[in-house]
Design a protein around this ligand. Sequence first.
Ligand code: DCP
Ligand code: MG
Ligand code: MG
Length: 843
Amino acid sequence: MSDELESGGEGLLSPPHTHQRTILHLDADCFYAQVEMVRQPELRDKPLGIKQKNLVVTCNYVARSQGVKKCMWLKEAMEVLPELVLVDGSDLTHYRHFSTQISGVAQSLTHRVERLSLDENFIDVTDLVDEYMNATGSSDIEGHVFGDKEPVSMDLVDPCGCGCRERLVAGSLVAKQLREQILKETGITVCAGIAHNKLLAKLVSGYHKPNQQTVVFPWQVHNVMNSLPAARSIPGIGSTTFSILKDLGISTVQELQDVPLKLLRTKFDSETCSRLKEVSNGIDETSVKKSGKAQSVGLEDAFTKVNSVAEVKVKYQILLERLLKLLKEDGRVPVSIRVSVRKFDLAKRFGHRETRQTSIPSSLFPDGVNNVGENTRSSLMKTVMGLFQKMVDTSKDFHLTLVGVAFNKLIERVREGKDISSFFGKRTREETTETLMSYYHREGRFMGERRGRGERGRGASNFYYDRRVDNHGEDVFLVGKPREYRQDPPIVQPLGVIGCFSVDEDRTFGHDRTLLKFIEPQYLTREGKTKVNIDLNRGWGKNSPYTAMGENSSLNLYQWILNNSETLVDSDDTPTRLDVDFICMRRCLIQIMKMPYNVKERWAMQAEYFRGTIYLVCYASPEDLEQRKSEPPYMKKIAMWGHKFEQIMTGGDPDEGVCANEEFRCVLKVKVDNFSCLLAPEVDCADPELFEEDFKDLSSFITVKCNREVDTADAFKVECFRKFMLNKWWAQNKLSGIPRVVVGFRTEEGQIYRLENYDTDELPTLAKGLWEPRVSLNILTSFLAFVKKMIMEAPEAVHRFERQSPIVIRHSIVPSVRGAAEGPIKVLPDWYREQLFSPLDQE
Ligand code: DCP
Ligand code: MG
Ligand code: MG
């Protein structure tokens, strides 16, 4: 996807287009010039131009009335108007300050404010409008309506009837008041556009200038869009996209509206296509994204010619010094640096920009950004020059007209984990996460519930909660507090089983259900507990261990997809796209769902985009793999007990060996909010009474767990069990639609005397006060949206998402691994890329 297109994702995935929202777009009048006029009132009535180098970047309306225009060459402007008063505008400090003030006024009205540029803001005033209408009833419109030169009265016909007219009228009043407030507090006049979406609000805000406002009603959308001189005038269609469109013979908005999707799809991925179609029709469901501080700070220097490395170095050094000052004002720590150049192409008489970026190790700012030491400075300079060398071949002649540096990702300083486990003290021991359910049934509560919530966890919880999490830096996903995910849960629902496969003792893939096992009915008692006497050590010497690595499971899923791609394709329209947004192992999604409650677990995932679908796999670093190999023997024993337990529960002969390699998996499509995900969860066994051959859901399936018996007198263990184990089991079953779990509680010696049965839906109740399903589901959808956004910004790359601390998940682009040997570092194997859809491609 082209990077000018906002890839928030909502626009493509959201439900029917409605006019329920009311959005304002504000744009300050001749912004830099006004700031200077506020600072020096004697300039007010004079024609004023703001110059940067030899350009007049803006001018006040007095100057505009006398023929000076924005972005005129200085020389030309002085010819047009010799009396033009000039102020140098190369220092942006004051403009930034006023910009913050203006957004601040809007933010005092609502937190739904998105800063678009120094002088522009989107504000979602939907809620305010509702309040306003309740308080005042109907009233007259303020300002202009699109298409009218003068303010109009309210006898406008309303062909819609959804209430949007009243809302937008109220929106015009809110806009008027807000503009007055901004003027009062900052001395700056602004224009406003009022519409039911961001796109239209932005398009009409400049319709009447300066210091005026314009409403557009939904039924005028066609007129607004078709009044634009070219498709390039649509916000979101940048020069790159437009030049591709022109190659396709599309330049007007009408042409874009009319072009067959098929033709667009030859140049853009399907999401960009739909987005282009939508914006051309004035449709824009993207939400107003709350802005924290600016996501980047950057500086550039433009000139006619620089052609030696020494000069370049000096330019970058000066920029970097100034940038470090800005950084100090900002207070946040950069995690990524971006270097840009503009190369001048003599033949084409044309400059084109290139940028390169890289992450900055947090060790460079050990004490934050207040006092940046010499070492850090020189290390940053080295990075800058390194990136520069990647763009410019300095062994040949070069001609640059601009250099720039930006810290493009900033985060609030995270108190980097000394060692997180130190906050947990003894509690980090894995074995403590086991306990007893029957206590709950007997007592109707858990011991932990009696205690005040604040009593425990000083260390752990505060470490976690103290963090600022409102700053969503571009490529860092910050895990919020559970309460931040308490909005209504998204729909998470299996859409249907579309297949299954079995993997045998040699890890050979079988396209059948031979390895599906059925549970022995006597173990399915629904009331309380079942007494049993199971020895997990029987047949011990005959067992054969698990030989694969977990990651290999996704390879089996890819194999299944190759065999079944026709059942998965989108439609006849796009036979080369699978009809799923994500393909991943269930484990990936569970790791995400557990995050708000599990501050300890670290993980990494890798993702790749291929033909319209994102492939997400858990990534095991070489160190992880090494560690797994050297797992202590008792861990292996516990894992084998789990397999043995399954064998016994499904009627196997306990004196026979169990084969840990064997597994049965269902291929399942799951709806997670607006995304569809293809998963291949392992299914332990089925209830023979309920199982039907042509099942479309997993309702006859049962998850089987073997868990260490616990001492109910230890409230901490009880709480750990409820917090972590129940959460994990619930997440596993919830994602795959498995309704039940049977738990066998074992002794230290591997004896099971007691089974318990739980319904998946009952697990949250058993864990009340410790975790909530909606929190897990909400973080899952927001994380998937983040993954998607990051990937669509660089669809060709392999992406990595890494949980680096309890709250920071860092995104990075993996240096090219395509063509690398198959292994965990790769997401998609070459054989899959080559074979998927290959017969169709050859046509
Ligand atoms: N700006 C700049 N270089 C550009 C374009 C803009 O430095 N190529 C700066 C100067 C402007 C400010 O950004 O004051 C805001 O840009 P606008 O396009 O909103 O222009 P103005 O606010 O100056 O004028 P208008 O009244 O038309 O909005
Ligand atoms: Mg402006
Ligand atoms: Mg502007």
